[in-house]
Design a protein around this ligand. Sequence first.
Ligand code: FES
Length: 102
Amino acid sequence: MENLNSPKQVLVCQHHTCRKDGAARVLETFQAHPVVDVTVSGCGCLGLCGSGPIVLVTPDNTYYWHIRPKNVPTLIDQHLRHGQVVTDLLHARLHHDPNEFL
Ligand code: FES
């Protein structure tokens, strides 16, 4: 079981399909706005091709889809700094239980 108090990590898929949809710019935007105790890195395919760019936040295993650079400030402020999931950007096929993050 994951320790939800572990430092947060942001993974931005950099594999073919997400990359074609602009994942490199998403990763660059996260890296341009570092957050204390949060690591950001690119990663391989997360198995959700076609709904990217995909961003995964661990240890809470939150998947965001169709992320654009303009979404990054909201993810940083709301999720990484204040611990609140950004429901509008959640991967709807993975996170369909509205009580999941209560
Ligand atoms: S290419 Fe990003 S999830 Fe597969």
